[in-house]
Design a protein around this ligand. Structure first.
Ligand SMILES: [Zn+2]
Length: 410
């Protein structure tokens, strides 16, 4: 007998219908039906009244650097965090020494380990920033493109060609970025704030946009990653986006200087971000300053949370759990009302998907069936326990089941 669906998830609590349990039917990789009682599936999953939502999205992870902390030591980490992040540039210089040892083979193994951890935690969409410059050359890019290909049937892995040490400061890196894009990297990166002068920062943005326009690619840059109110590359990026009509195709990560901007300048920047349709990815757990996340959300700017780092020169922890990232952000942003918890959950799901430009993402009929069946009944409980999902469905396939139990011998 042919079943009506490939998978049916039964007794699911959803965010849009919290008072009624629903069944979700999945067919041909897509959500085919959501209603109170549907036909049988070849695979039947009982959610048991727990929450079922979209899979998690990690829109910012330095994936070529994961698990390199041991190779670099703690000096860069200390420099990154002290003096109100005034020594970030020195930290980046120190951390870049590891790139003399860059090789595709170990980067691939480390990145794969991080990706598998992500799958376990229900993360099926990653934007991987990969150093692409005169030191790293294409070693990281080759490793990540191999991983992208290996997981192409279940994971969205966007590879960003990222000139970590600057473009004018590191002459020749522009050509490596261009080569990476020609090889198949998805997104043109950038880090304009790291250049020596404002003029160079502007040139940096222009040069990276030239590559994006040549190859019709989206853009994601790291901006203003220090506690200096004089850093204004978020504004420069927004203005360039508007001028080039790249609206909705550009994201900015970090933007920590925003924390110390005077209010009138911040308001002007918000207006530019809205006009540019620019998303912001914040990672409050990896530095003592962070973008004004709640204010940006209030203004309607799409804001997402990113893992940023896993055990590298900038952050020692990380397990690719977006619930953990949201939990940490809840404290660092002092966002603890039920409404704010919902916003936090949006920032690791729908908002992050928007920032990454993911198509057909959502808990709706017709969308790709990328779902997590949690072990908890509400967003509040999900954030409290940060448990791994009971199971993870990727493009209509059951790809992860997490089982463990605790026995009390009392
Ligand atoms: Zn970062």
């Amino acid at each position: 007998m042919v079943e009506e669906f490939d998978i049916v998830v039964r007794n699911a609590k959803t965010r849009f219908s919290p008072d009624k349990l629903l069944d979700i039917g999945i067919r041909d990789g897509k959500v085919a039906e959501i209603s109170s009682k549907i036909g049988r599936g070849e695979v039947e999953v009982d959610a048991g009244g727990n929450l079922v939502t979209e899979s998690f999205v990690n829109p910012h992870l330095h994936m070529c650097k994961v698990y390199t902390l041991q190779m670099i030591g703690e000096d860069a980490l200390k420099l990154y965090q002290e003096h109100e992040m005034g020594s970030t540039m020195s930290a980046i210089e120190l951390a870049s020494m590891v790139k003399e040892k860059y090789h595709e083979s170990w980067i691939y193994e480390n990145a794969r380990k991080a990706l598998m951890l992500g799958l376990k935690h229900g993360v099926l969409h990653f934007r991987a920033f990969v150093d692409t410059d005169t030191k790293a050359k294409l070693e990281g890019i080759k490793a990540l493109l191999k991983l992208k290909d290996e997981f192409k049937d279940i994971v969205d892995l966007q590879v960003v060609a990222f000139p970590q040490d600057g473009v004018l400061r590191d002459p020749g890196s522009e050509e490596w970025v261009r080569k990476a894009i020609e090889m198949g990297a998805d997104i043109v990166g950038g880090i304009p704030w790291i250049e020596y002068t404002d003029e160079d920062s502007r040139k940096h943005i222009d040069m990276m946009f030239d590559i994006a326009k040549e190859h019709d690619r989206d853009v994601a840059m790291l901006v203003d990653d220090a506690g200096d109110p004089g850093l204004k590359t978020t504004e420069m990026l927004a203005v360039k986006t508007i001028k080039e009509k790249w609206t909705g195709r550009v994201a900015a990560c970090h933007a920590r200087a925003m924390a110390v901007y005077p209010e009138p300048y911040f308001r002007k920047l918000v207006a530019l971000l809205k006009q540019a349709g620019m998303g912001i990815v914040s990672d409050p757990h990896t530095g003592p300053l962070h973008a004004k996340v709640l204010e940006l959300l209030r203004e309607g700017v799409p804001v997402a949370l990113g893992q940023d780092d896993i055990a590298d020169a900038y952050y020692p922890y990380g397990r690719n759990s977006m619930l953990e990232i949201a939990f940490l952000a809840s404290h660092l942003l002092w966002a603890m009302t039920l409404r704010e918890m919902d916003q936090l959950y949006d920032m690791i799901t729908v908002n992050a998907a928007k920032v990454m430009g993911l198509k057909d993402y959502g808990m709706r009929v017709g969308c790709k069936a990328n779902l997590v069946v949690l072990k908890t009944k509400s967003v509040y409980e999900a954030l409290t326990y940060q448990d791994v999902p009971a199971c993870v469905i990727g493009r209509g396939k059951l790809i992860v089941e997490n089982e463990f139990k605790t026995t009390y011998h009392l």
